[in-house]
Design a protein around this ligand. Structure first.
Ligand SMILES: Nc1ncnc2c1ncn2[C@@H]1O[C@H](COP(=O)(O)OP(=O)(O)O)[C@@H](O)[C@H]1O
Ligand SMILES: O=c1ccn([C@@H]2O[C@H](COP(=O)(O)OP(=O)(O)O)[C@@H](O)[C@H]2O)c(=O)[nH]1
Length: 253
């Protein structure tokens, strides 16, 4: 049902975006570029005039994507590393891409990203989605774990506009973990030198509130469409991966 909905939505805006609606072969894609309009204080995705891609005789397979969701510290990154080793996926963490962009010299979004991350708020989708699309194209790979995204309705809407027609969505892998365990893991990660500016109690309270208010409804939405594979993320990493492995094998990977 979500797919049908997503496609309808996308068709309506496809012309506006100039989306070619094909797979993500690096040379085949129109380049989305992002700029910040100071006048309107909005992010604008522009489309460059890359030469048209001939799709007449070649069928390009769309990359398969799995969204990986769960509370802060639920173990998404830890499990993604294992999935990469075992099932040859490419791991794209939206949080890591944002942190990288924040640190990139000359980035016009550095301060904005830092403010959002420190306060546990969700960065506008135009920034995150463009980082994800660029990373997918740059990798040249065809199986992706998209970790920590989509986190709110703005993320989901933006993804549907920019990406849903270009990929073959598989399912949402949901790491379900209690709040106390999540907090303990994040604080532990901070103490062991993550260097993250949000692994502290102050930021964590805000991140958890954002997760409960904005991210859980998105997971519930996918669940209603029968597209969520839920995993109890509270046991140790080995045991959790045992369950993850079963899901990927049963899904044909
Ligand atoms: N199943 C687990 N049991 C105990 N600690 C875990 C488990 N999974 C991850 N961790 C630890 O918890 C912290 C957060 O894990 P991480 O994978 O970075 O979470 P997320 O990507 O969901 O924020 C890390 O320090 C990690 O080593
Ligand atoms: O799609 C995303 C993913 C992450 N973030 C920001 O990056 C932070 C850290 O996210 P990450 O997934 O790295 O860590 P988690 O909170 O899941 O441990 C979040 O709190 C948000 O501020 C965001 O704005 N959009």
């Amino acid at each position: 049902m979500w797919r049908a909905l997503a496609r309808t939505t996308l068709r309506a805006v496809a012309n506006d975006c100039g989306s070619p609606g094909v797979g993500l072969a690096p040379s085949a894609l129109t380049q989305h570029q992002l700029r910040h309009s100071k006048a309107s204080n909005r992010f604008i995705t522009t489309t460059s005039t890359a030469p048209p891609h001939n799709i007449g005789i070649m069928s390009v397979e769309k990359p398969k994507i799995v969204f990986v969701l769960g509370g802060p510290g639920a173990g998404k990154g830890t499990q993604c590393s294992r999935i990469v080793d075992r099932f040859q996926f490419t791991h794209l963490s939206a949080g890591d891409l944002l942190r990288e962009e924040r640190s990139r010299e000359g980035s016009e979004f550095g301060n904005l990203i830092e403010d959002y991350i420190r306060n546990g708020k969700i960065v506008p989708v135009e920034v995150t989605c463009s980082l994800l699309e660029n990373a997918m194209k740059a990798s040249g790979k065809s199986r992706f774990l998209i970790d920590g995204f989509p986190r709110n309705q703005d993320n989901l809407d933006g993804w549907n506009r920019q990406m849903s027609e270009k990929v073959d969505f598989q399912f949402v892998l949901f790491f379900d973990c209690g709040e106390d365990v999540c907090v303990k893991r994040c604080l532990g990660r901070g103490q062991s030198g993550s260097g993250r500016t949000d692994d502290n109690l102050d930021s964590l309270k805000k991140r958890i509130s954002t997760y409960n208010n904005d991210s859980l409804p998105i997971i519930k939405f996918f669940e209603g469409a029968g597209q969520v594979k839920r995993i109890d993320a509270s046991p140790d990493a080995e045991e959790v991966f045992g369950e993850v492995e079963k899901i990927f094998v049963a899904s044909g990977f």
